[in-house]
Design a protein around this ligand. Sequence first.
Ligand code: SDX
Length: 435
Amino acid sequence: MDAKTSETNTGTLAVGEKSWKFPVMPGSIGPSVVDISKLYGQTGMFTYDPGFTSTAACESKITYIDGDEGVLLYRGYPIEQLAEHGDFLETCYLLLYGELPTAAQKTDFDYRVTRHTMVHEQMARFYQGFRRDAHPMAVMVGCVGALSAFYHDSIDISDPHQRMVASIRMIAKMPTIAAMAYKYTIGQPFVYPKNDLDYSSNFLRMCFAVPAEDYKVNPILAKAMDRIFILHADHEQNASTSTVRLAGSSGANPFACIAAGIACLWGPAHGGANEAALKMLSEIGSVSRIPEYVKRAKDKNDPFRLMGFGHRVYKNYDPRAKIMQRTCHEVLGELGIKHDPLLDVALELERIALHDDYFVEKKLYPNIDFYSGITLKAMGFPTSMFTVLFALARTVGWIAQWKEMIEDPQQKIGRPRQFYTGAPRRDYVQIARRR
Ligand code: SDX
């Protein structure tokens, strides 16, 4: 991919008496970049940017976030419009291929995904190796990583056809694998996918149907689930996506790369925040206890954070959180839940935080994880499944980013350097002579 344009300018780095020039390239929208790929060769110095707060690790055309304005675009389309008018498989097509599908393309894509939803029957035996109380994310990391043991015909990453087959398989099988992880932990039999159901209805049925009776999918809940998947589908170079790219840069097979992304997403600072946010709301328990927790969140000596608040990029309201809040009200309304104490706590906590100087100064707003937990709990999911649902939805983003990296002629194995402050060279000391 060539981002260099005719308007490429140059920037100058001056250190002491010396100075060097580096190309400055404009993005199609958003910040320009200074190409420092030759900095070490020219200067003998590295840049230092822990957490990559100012570092573009790659060129991408997939997702764009304007953190100051609270804007999220998938291939240029605002998340609000995609969530309002489209469905999750349309978003998958858009992220993978770069354009919204025509009616014929959508029908074909839906057909191809639907007919890859079953997993190899021996996968079912793989689950038996876990304890029943295993966290479903541990099961997901294990089972997704094991997929490459079953699908040898889609792991040659140099073959565009195999890359696409692996992409379709991942998108199609994640709901089945996730539902099986849930069923296993609650001791219920696995439910096979049904090809006459749409993606999200199929998933809800595989999670909540039991052989003892017919299960009718609630279309309002299926639509809410589908919208939640759209909101979580991709998000630029977040920690788990960067993990997938780095794993893929070594040539690892796509199933192993997605398993690495799942492992990274699990952390409470990232995808695990939805589970942590609901636990936090439950621990706060009532509106009267909010001031105590807000005080703790502001205390530098207290590791407590308001889970579901703050974001590396958004310094404004996460646009997904607004849609998530609306979906939360829709789901609670459909389920006849007139009063949810957790929602009361969440709404009051948000109101207080958005008027508190600490959060205003640090530009800490609710993120997507703040309301998702309340919604998913109301839909019947245990907190341990929240991050699994995030991983299910994010799989298309990971795959699209992985595919973009593999197809980028400039890509090479990712191998960051370091700012070394350890011991200089020194000779070995025999144990008898050590003090
Ligand atoms: C996701 O990257 C993505 O795109 C991720 C994601 C995606 O879709 O992939 O959007 C999904 O992971 C959303 C984020 C979910 N995590 C949480 O809700 C956990 C709580 N949030 C924080 O841990 C934190 O806000 C992060 C991790 C999300 C962002 O951390 P940064 O960018 O490293 O910022 P920071 O920790 O340096 O915080 C800046 C300041 C600090 O104060 P000072 O040291 O400057 O005095 O803000 C404070 C922090 O102490 N702060 C908070 C806070 N978040 C940041 N204080 C209280 N509560 C919080 N939640």
